[in-house]
Write a protein that binds this ligand. Structure first.
Ligand code: BLG
Length: 487
């Protein structure tokens, strides 16, 4: 009896313990944020629509933040749901909402004022605040040179906190902030002289220098900050830990460097002079040929921005361009190719563009089927420049090296060998300046990326320039309501 009751007690204890364990492990305890995301199969992220965060390009959704966050969703094995905020305050409000997004990825910098209510991930990008001025003005070199000028910054940004600091040290300094503009608008306003100065992140300058010919960096504020993702505050660190694991991995695998190069490497590739020139030509020359590019693109089913990028690489959109070798016109057709494409006057820009479009479409169709879909355009461009015969030679050399002849990343490392006797002597078509198509494709990729942002649907008609300088929502640093940033 005694032993029986003991065993009864033991059974009871066991049952209770099991029950408690179940409660703790599963049924009773609320799931962590990470478990909830995984159970729902959705990662809900808030960001902003801008060239450095999220926008639509030729392949759909893109942008530095988008690409990074999409890979994080893939890493979790869930769908990505993107929401955009109109301004920074709204973004943080949504993050705090019950049914809101679980993560904000929008080039955010953990500012002291936000740290109380939010958690930030480990950093993924170092940036600094840079004061931007118009190239025709005298370059301000230090904070006291900003006194007496108009300066407009993004409301709620980390820059606003820096400006407050400058004002403490130089009480005569004035600035204004607005939540009705994006960084790209601020840069445009300086470019078009609607405002003397602005302050933005260094990565945004690097990205936008190719769109605004007149913007220049005055000086970098004595600070650097690190961009991170933000999640709502609280004790649950499950999501934060997973994010930090993912970011550490992205650093190690080279993913972060690749994204940084693709989005912020324009100036590194083109050089400052090249970037200023591109920005000028985008405004002054492209409008003369845009319709011709669009027409030809439609007829031959290619992206007009790809044709425009080719035209820029070939001639900087100059219809009378002539190379040392007698190749001529906006799309630089050889005499032979021009004839084959039905072009009678290579210097006629419309004809040149039509001929170039017909030729690239033909090359794309002629490429071997084995070439990976995403890479076909790069192979077609390479053969536009060096000819299909030489490209075939390079693909054979690539295969002989044990690399993949259907992958552009592999073939481009081998192409320059066509200029070295030890290699070209073994090929069918012999010597070629194999480095030229590699450079050619790299540049066109870069121009194509730049044009894609400049011509994306959200950008068309969003210019706040032209006539009125009235911008609602501008607040002055001395708290007087301001509607015109010039006054
Ligand atoms: C290309 C032709 C290809 C031709 C290759 O040369 O011209 N492309 C066009 O005409 C559009 O058709 O291939 S082939 O027909 O199979 O032989 C090879 O001959 C032009 C290239 C040459 C290059 N630009 C378009 O990219 C050029 O002008 N290079 C010399 C520059 S310079 O003289 O050093 O300034």
């Amino acid at each position: 009896m005694h032993s029986q009751s003991l065993s009864y007690l033991q059974r009871l204890l066991l049952a209770c313990t099991t029950c408690m364990l179940l409660v703790v492990n599963g049924c009773g305890k609320p799931p962590t944020t990470l478990e909830r995301i995984q159970a729902q199969g959705v990662l809900h992220v808030i960001t902003r629509n801008s060239p450095s965060t999220y926008f639509q390009d030729r392949n759909g959704d893109t942008g530095f933040e988008y690409e990074l966050v999409k890979r994080f969703a893939d890493h979790l094995g869930v769908e990505l749901k993107i929401e955009t905020a109109d301004n920074i305050d709204q973004l943080y409000d949504r993050l705090a909402a019950e049914d809101g997004p679980v993560l904000a990825a929008a080039g955010l910098v953990p500012s002291p004022s936000r740290l109380a209510s939010l958690r930030f991930s480990d950093p993924y990008l170092d940036v600094a605040s840079q004061i931007i001025y118009h190239q025709k003005d005298k370059r301000p070199k230090q904070p006291q040179h900003l006194i007496g000028k108009s300066l407009l910054a993004l409301k709620g940004s980390i820059h606003e906190e820096h400006l407050q600091q400058i004002q403490k040290e130089h009480p005569e300094f004035r600035y204004e902030v607005s939540d009705q503009v994006e960084t790209v608008d601020l840069l445009r306003m300086v470019d078009e002289r609607q405002v003397d100065l602005t302050v933005v992140n260094s990565n945004q300058v690097a990205m936008n220098q190719v769109y605004f010919p007149n913007i220049r960096v005055a000086f970098t504020l004595d600070n650097s900050h690190q961009q991170s993702w933000a999640i709502a505050g609280g004790d649950d660190v499950s999501l934060l830990n997973e994010i930090n694991r993912f970011l550490a991995n992205a650093k190690q695998s080279g993913l972060l460097q690749r994204l940084t190069e693709r989005y912020y490497g324009h100036v590194d590739t083109l050089g400052y002079v090249g970037a200023y020139a591109f920005a000028r030509h985008l405004q002054e020359r492209l409008p003369n040929y845009e319709a011709a590019f669009r027409d030809a693109a439609k007829i031959h089913s290619v992206d007009w921005r790809l044709l425009a990028a080719m035209g820029y690489q070939e001639s900087h959109w100059l219809p009378t361009a002539t190379s040392k070798t007698g190749v001529r016109g906006l799309m630089m057709l050889t005499q032979r190719t021009a004839k084959a494409m039905g072009v009678s006057d290579r210097l006629n820009p419309k004809q040149s563009i039509q001929g170039g479009a017909r030729y690239i479409a033909l090359l794309m169709a002629q490429l071997p089927k084995s070439i990976h879909e995403a890479d076909r355009v790069w192979f077609a461009l390479a053969s536009y420049n060096v000819g299909m015969g030489h490209l075939e030679d390079a693909r054979k050399l690539t295969a002989a090296e044990g690399l993949d002849p259907n992958k552009w990343l592999d073939v481009k490392t081998i192409l320059p060998r066509l200029a070295q006797k030890q290699w070209y002597s073994k090929t069918r078509y012999g010597y070629a300046r194999g480095g030229e198509p590699v450079h050619f494709v790299n540049n066109i990729r870069r121009y194509y990326d730049i044009l894609t942002w400049a011509t994306q649907p959200q950008m068309e008609g969003t210019s706040i320039s032209g006539g009125s300088t009235h911008l609602p929502g501008i607040q002055s640093s001395d708290n007087t309501p301001v509607t015109d940033p010039e006054h």
